[in-house]
Design a protein around this ligand. Structure first.
Ligand code: 5GP
Length: 140
C-alpha cells in the first residue's frame, strides 16, 4: 500500500487537532468539516480498505468509536450524527488509509445522503445468502 497523507499525520510531520490516541488508534478533527466536530478515527496500521484491516486494529476501532461518538456529542451538543467509512474511488474514498468519519448532523449541516432503496426479492435474497455463506465458509 502507498503512503498517504495520514501517514504524515500519524508521524506528526503534518499537524492535526488531536482528539485521542492510543497504541492502535488516532482520532483528530477533519480539516474540511461537513459540520463542526467532524472527526476522523484512523487505525495506526497502514491499510487502504476496511476489509484489509487486522483483527487487532478492527477491535481497537470497535472499542474506541462509541467513546469518541459520545465525546463528539457532548462537545458539540448534538444528538444526531453519522458514522461514515468509504472504500474505493466510486464510494467517495479520497485518502487510501482506513478512516471512519463521525459527522454531527445539524439542521443545515452534516452528511447529505441520497438514499434510493430498491426491493429485495426472495430469489435474490436466496442467491445472495448462498454466496455470502460460501464466502464466510458457513454453507454446510
Ligand atoms: P474520504 O473521502 O477519503 O472518506 O475522506 C477523507 C477526509 O480526510 C476528508 O474529509 C478530508 O477533509 C480529510 N483530510 C484530508 N487530508 C487531511 C489532513 O491533512 N488533515 C486532516 N485533519 N484531514 C484531512
Amino acid at each position: 500500500m502507498h503512503e498517504t497523507i495520514f501517514d504524515e499525520v500519524l508521524a506528526g510531520t503534518i499537524p492535526c487537532y488531536r482528539i485521542y490516541e492510543d497504541e492502535w488508534v488516532l482520532a483528530f478533527l477533519d480539516i474540511n468539516p461537513l459540520s463542526p466536530g467532524h472527526t476522523l478515527v484512523i487505525p495506526k496500521e497502514r491499510a487502504a480498505y476496511l476489509h484489509e484491516l487486522s483483527e487487532e486494529s478492527s477491535a481497537a476501532i470497535g472499542r474506541t468509536l462509541p467513546m469518541l461518538c459520545r465525546a463528539v456529542m457532548e462537545a458539540t451538543g448534538i444528538e444526531d450524527y453519522n458514522v461514515l467509512q468509504n472504500n474505493g474511488h466510486a464510494a467517495h474514498q479520497a485518502v487510501f488509509h482506513v478512516h471512519f468519519h463521525i459527522i454531527p448532523r445539524l439542521e443545515d449541516r452534516g452528511l447529505d445522503l441520497e438514499w434510493s432503496p430498491g426491493e429485495l426479492s426472495p430469489e435474490d435474497a436466496e442467491d445472495l445468502l448462498a454466496a455470502l455463506h460460501r464466502s464466510l465458509g458457513t454453507d454446510d
